[in-house]
Design a binder for this molecule. Structure first.
Ligand code: GCU
Length: 721
């Protein structure tokens, strides 16, 4: 028996050694994200190793420098397949890790750090005492930590590290994840299992995942996390939950991540026993002030409050005939003594005005420009409606120069096929960031609005609704991890290229082989266009099933509030399709700066992407391609399905580069996506044909089922509601 165990142990050792050497064959469950640190190909290892001989850090490192050193040891040790030592003096090939104040050898170099701000880093190849070394430095420990991750990224992506001179500073001050996690561990619009916050066992039990979450976020520069759902339970502000949030804040602090909480505006009533939550009532203001003081006792670097007010049934200042700014400023006053901020959401669509939901946030907030306190930032969704596969940018960007505007995007794929559809959102985020608002002439991009450059704001923010859950792979699929990654990288630099980011991610997550990286990145870039084509082509939006938003339901027109109905958005009838947002319709175009308004209003310049977003057109309208609108619509749906088939073919050809576990999962998910893309196409065509009464263009296959069949489909227990 003992002999058998010994033999088994020997086999296990051999298998483990083989596993280390042949990384693509090793089983992988996605837990390691892009921080896999598997051994690099021999040539890259040989080039990098002499420049990573040892790590030299301050003798008594701060917790943040401590985690930077630990990450470098772990990362370089894995990538170079040998232990990475820590030394006390700088020998040839050493990596010096610290601020100039912490390491005199770095101070002696008089490096140009002033432009790096308090979070930037510098990687520099230098000579110290005649020895070639690498410097990882910044003005703060967290800058050094970001530098450590940047150095690892260089090595992981096969970039040389022998002649480094790489300085980088985040352009946006607050780069945060918004978790829509409830206190019972369900996640609103979450498709990756239950919440990673094990609220029940906090504050005592510290799941190791919390540290890995912090590592992953720090590796891409995310420095804030809102722990709970914007549809906030008042309970988050009870002492019990403040203690739980404080435990998480303690874990995240060394990684430069601050904790924020979503708050319920009616908390003074629900928790404090007050009769009102009127922001102008002194007792209400005093309640919030005392609550803020209590939070800061437990979490001295608490970031602030995120507020969804007077939106989708949430309480807010409007309940007392007060404005959003009056509500926000009252909370801001409670947080200001502690340097906390209020993040006030602009996602509102009360049934007012002329009934175009796309106009409502602008109508409500634009008049309040200049009325918000200094420590308030207004968080605006990328598009005027709600995280659709494609929307034009929100007209609020550029329209409120006196107010810091933050950008909110959704990383979780509520309207994009949930976790199973492969959709690389870097392309979507970049499309918004690159959009030109013309607010201050050409070049006034959304990126420049939200990073504060255009209107000279110090406070700047970008928030992503997290796609993270307790699934082993964190995000519900390996490719969804790319969306978390791309979000962080674009938050750091909103002018970065989403393709370049996808290249980095693919190399770090799967393989450096150009035979893998090129086709896989092409597939990722195509994926966003594919989903637009098979779900909502030509500027259509909000065609998803009621509540769960899974699958097509363009026929739904019986929901109590007009703007919840897909039919309200497509406006298809016997004569045509699309939402007239020009002068002859809702005139939403007028909310944009004149050059943009003109472009969107004019059929000659609006382009196919936003055609039906801004125009209601006859089915026989001639497109630029010379097809009729009807034919073009059908072709776009079919193209979307074909593009998913192309993605499947690409992935099949990638098998030899990918471990079997991750290969199989993506293969299965792509098959689901193909099936569902076909369903989207067929159901949408069946419905729109019932309106247009036109024959399918030549060569197009009729829907597999009748319209009644698609209309009858039901999805009880769909996730994320
Ligand atoms: C969407 C989503 C809701 C969410 C809301 C918000 O409407 O479906 O679940 O609460 O956005 O952003 O507040």
């Amino acid at each position: 028996m003992i002999e058998r165990i010994a033999r088994l142990a020997a086999i296990v050792t051999i298998v483990m050694a083989l596993g280390l050497a042949a990384s693509p064959a090793a089983a992988e469950d996605g837990y390691a994200l892009w921080l896999r640190y598997q051994p690099l190909p021999q040539g890259i290892r040989a080039a990098a190793a002499p420049h990573a001989a040892a790590i030299v850090a301050p003798a008594a490192p701060s917790p943040t420098i401590g985690v930077a050193v630990a990450e470098l040891q772990r990362g370089l040790g894995g990538l170079l397949a040998r232990p990475e030592p820590v030394a006390h003096t700088a020998g040839v090939g050493a990596i010096l890790v610290g601020t100039p104040a912490e390491l005199p050898a770095i101070a002696a170099l008089h490096l140009p750090l002033s432009g790096l701000g308090d979070e930037g880093y510098l990687l520099r190849s230098a000579t110290v005492d005649g020895k070639a070394v690498t410097i990882v430095t910044g003005n703060s420990d967290v800058g050094v930590l970001y530098g450590a991750f940047a150095l690892l990224r260089q090595v992981q992506t096969g970039a040389p590290i022998d002649r480094l001179d790489l300085a980088s500073t985040p352009k946006v001050r607050i780069r945060m994840l918004d978790h829509w996690d409830n206190l019972d561990r369900t996640v609103e619009r979450g498709y990756a299992g239950e919440s990673i916050w094990d609220w029940w066992r906090l504050p005592d039990w510290h799941d190791p995942r919390y540290t890995d979450y912090a590592r992953a976020n720090a590796s891409i520069g995310i420095n804030g996390t809102v722990l709970n759902n914007v549809n906030a339970s008042p309970d988050i502000l009870t002492p019990r939950f403040i203690a739980k949030a404080a435990a998480l804040a303690d874990i995240f602090r060394p990684y430069g991540i601050k904790v924020y909480l979503s708050v319920n505006f009616a908390s003074p009533i629900k928790l404090g026993g007050l009769k009102t939550a009127d922001p102008l009532d002194p007792q209400v203001a005093a309640w919030w002030k005392a609550k803020a003081d209590e939070i800061y006792k437990a979490i001295p670097d608490f970031g602030g409050f995120l507020v969804k007010a007077n939106s989708e049934g949430q309480p807010g200042p409007g309940d007392y005939h007060r404005s959003h700014s009056q509500g926000a400023n009252m909370l801001a006053a409670a947080l200001a003594p502690h340097h906390g901020i209020v993040i006030w959401r602009a996602f509102v669509y009360t049934a007012t005005g002329d009934g175009d939901r796309a106009k409502e946030a602008y109508d409500e907030f634009k008049p309040l420009d200049g009325q918000f306190a200094d420590n308030v930032v207004l968080q605006v969704k990328n598009g005027p409606i709600d995280f659709q596969p494609r929307e034009p940018f929100s007209p609020l960007f550029g329209a409120m120069p006196k107010t810091p505007l933050g950008l909110e995007v959704q990383i979780t794929k509520e309207y994009l096929g949930f976790a199973t559809h492969l959709v690389y959102l870097g392309a979507l985020f970049q499309e918004t960031l690159d959009a030109d608002t013309y607010a201050d002439g050409p070049g006034s991009t959304v990126a420049k609005v939200i990073d504060g450059e255009l209107d000279h704001h110090q406070l700047s923010l970008i928030a992503g609704v997290a796609n993270i859950g307790s699934d082993r792979d964190w995000c519900g699929s390996d490719f969804n991890q790319a969306n978390w990654y791309a979000f962080g990288r674009l938050a750091w630099d909103p002018t970065a290229s989403s393709r370049a980011i996808a290249v980095e991610w693919a190399k770090m997550t799967f393989s450096l082989d150009p035979g893998f990286v090129g086709p896989t990145v092409d597939m990722m870039m195509l994926s966003r266009e594919a989903v637009v084509n098979y779900m909502t082509p030509l500027g259509l939006a909000h065609q998803m099933g009621t509540n769960h938003h899974y699958g097509p339901a363009p026929w739904v027109d019986n929901l109590p509030q007009a703007e919840w109905n897909p039919a309200y958005y497509n406006r298809a009838d016997a004569t045509g399709i699309g939402f007239d947002r020009t002068k002859t319709g809702s005139n939403a175009v007028a909310q944009y700066a004149p050059p943009v308004a003109k472009r969107f209003a004019d059929l000659a310049t609006v382009g196919d992407k936003y055609l039906l977003w801004f125009h209601h057109l006859p089915w026989t309208y001639r497109m630029a391609s010379d097809e009729t609108l009807w034919d073009s619509l059908v072709h776009h749906y079919t193209l979307g399905v074909t593009q998913v088939a192309d993605m499947q073919n690409t992935w099949t050809a990638m098998q030899r580069y990918v471990d079997p576990e991750r290969y199989a999962k993506a293969t299965t998910f792509l098959a689901i996506q193909h099936r569902e893309a076909q369903w989207w196409r067929d159901a949408s065509i069946a419905y729109f044909q019932s309106k247009s009464h036109l024959p399918l263009p030549a060569g197009e296959v009729p829907p597999a089922h009748s319209l009644a069949y698609y209309e009858a489909l039901r999805f009880p227990h769909a996730p994320g509601i």
